[in-house]
Design a protein around this ligand. Structure first.
Ligand code: NAD
Length: 474
């Protein structure tokens, strides 16, 4: 209550003060509390600044803490409801791939990406003392991720980069914005709740080429990692910064006369149809030796391949799925074989997983990375020709290749000639990323820049610590 004898000036001051307080409160009222941002920021600069602050804290945390954070990421993704949610949303938002296969891929990224155990220290001792060579963080990493593996790449990169002591700012594909935000928030929330510094993983609310450019240009971003097609790889490599480029592939398969043809046919269809052919490692074209080619095609058909033999229908298919530049039409990338056939006016039953056709090696479907379950088969006179054609169709990406053969000499020859990061013998392509094959996984396969199968140490700098005249106990 206002006292009547109160000076009018005092009342004015009280009102002014109250208004000031209300004004000061307003912005807070409409801004999400910091902890609730969970790594998603309005601007790229904010995302980078937050990442930088987090990295300063991570740098002084223990290796065991980093491993704890890695384990938190694994557990969070492996929670059934989370795994299902990000896998479903990924297919819904991008309209690419297959839900069941996304489950496998996200699980794989969470389970089989190496942690801090990857960072093995080298020690040299002698009369001059002790020298250590250790894998140390870069700092803030800017990572660009593809539509084809949006969540898998975020999980895989986050584990590797944080294990290496880095923090990461993601620039996802705009068409995978929602699912990327959800994954980043999910992981940050779990990490923060486990006691990790806030914002180990960040991204901008509206991913765009402009925001990626800002990320590339920001001096606080010390390392760029691009997982995607040729354009973004070229861009990061021209940035003047240290960059890791994980670019396109066009993986060929060679089948020779010594192979187990029944198994080869099944493996090829399984690999080619995995996640509707979007994995960069998936079988994209086959070179089969003439003497076994018919039998291979017969067995592929037994395993869910639909063969197109009519040249007019083949032409119609090519027109349907390619754009004016001769590349894949975005609306067909990652669609199922049945969906594509349906658009051609063909109703296929549920067993159909791949569309095959016999074509010459120059055919566009052989030479282009289509990322849909369309698998051209090229008949060749012998295995050496098959290997040479495979080398040409791979276009020097040095990414992935497969061979089905029992001839050790030819297997070795092809492995050497292809120079690919991944070479799979007598198995589906996905054995190369750890599904049914030994070894760890990665979703950033850096052929162009040579890191190959990236793991925590690929995102670290090798640094030397020298102590003279002591600590050699030999
Ligand atoms: P994409 O090249 O269209 O996009 C990849 C990322 O780069 C996206 O975030 C996109 O927004 C960004 N980008 C593309 N061009 C850009 C530019 N000029 N400036 C700034 N940002 C740009 O590729 P996609 O369709 O999302 O993914 C499929 C491609 O990625 C295929 O070629 C596939 O082989 C390749 N890939 C490679 C690997 C690997 O490990 N080597 C893994 C997955 C995908």
């Amino acid at each position: 209550m206002i006292r009547l004898d109160m000076d009018i000036k005092v009342i004015e001051q009280m009102v002014e003060q109250a208004l000031k307080e209300i004004k000061a409160e307003q912005p807070q009222k409409f801004t999400m509390p910091k902890a609730e941002l969970y790594g998603v920021f309005k601007t790229m600069d904010e995302a980078i600044t937050a990442s930088e602050e987090a990295q300063k804290k991570l740098l002084f945390s223990k290796i065991s803490d980093r491993q704890k954070y890695v384990d938190v990421i694994r557990r969070t993704i492996l929670k059934r409801e989370n795994l299902e949610m990000i896998s479903r949303l990924s297919v819904e938002e991008t309209e690419i791939g297959d839900y069941e296969h996304k489950l496998i891929k996200n699980r794989l990224a969470a389970e089989k990406t190496p942690g801090t155990e990857d960072l093995l220290t080298e020690a040299m001792t002698g009369d001059n003392g002790l020298t250590l060579v250790e894998y140390c963080p870069f700092g803030v990493i800017g990572a660009i991720t593809p539509t084809t593996n949006p969540t898998e790449t975020i999980i895989n990169n986050s584990i590797s980069m944080i294990a290496g002591g880095n923090t990461v700012v993601f620039s996802p594909h705009p068409r995978a914005k929602k699912v990327s935000q959800m994954t980043v928030k999910l992981l940050n929330k779990a990490l923060t709740e486990s006691g990790a510094p806030e914002n180990l993983i960040t991204m901008v609310e509206e991913p765009s080429i402009e925001n990626t450019n800002k990320m590339i240009e920001n001096p606080s971003v010390r390392l760029l990692v691009a997982t995607g097609g040729p354009s973004i790889v070229k861009k990061v490599l021209s940035s003047g910064k240290k960059a890791i480029g994980a670019g396109a592939g066009n993986p060929p398969v060679v089948v020779d006369e010594t192979a187990d043809i029944v198994k080869a046919a099944k493996d090829i269809v399984d690999g080619c149809s995995f996640d509707n052919n979007v994995p960069c490692i998936a079988e994209k074209e086959v070179f089969a030796v003439d003497s076994i080619c018919d039998y291979l095609i017969h067995n592929m058909k037994e395993n869910g391949a639909y063969q197109i033999t009519d040249p007019a229908l083949l032409e119609k298919l090519v027109t349907l799925v390619t754009n004016e530049k001769g590349g894949p039409k975005t609306s067909f990338v990652g669609k199922s074989a049945r969906y594509i056939l349906d658009k051609l006016g063909i109703t296929a039953d549920a067993s159909v997983r791949v569309i095959i056709m016999e074509v010459p090696k120059e055919h566009l479907l052989v030479q282009e990375e289509m990322m849909m379950p369309i698998l051209p088969v090229v008949r060749v006179c012998d295995v050496d020709t098959a290997i040479e054609y495979a080398r040409q169709a791979e276009h020097g990406n040095r990414h992935t290749a497969m061979m089905h053969s029992r001839n050790v000499e030819k297997l070795s020859k092809m492995a050497k000639i292809m120079e690919t990061t991944i070479f799979v013998k007598n198995a589906p392509s996905y054995a190369g990323i750890g599904v049914g094959g030994e070894g760890y996984t990665t979703f950033t396969i850096a052929g162009p820049t040579g890191e190959g199968l990236t793991s925590p140490k690929a995102f670290c700098r090798k640094r030397k610590c020298v102590m003279t005249d002591a600590f050699s106990i030999r």
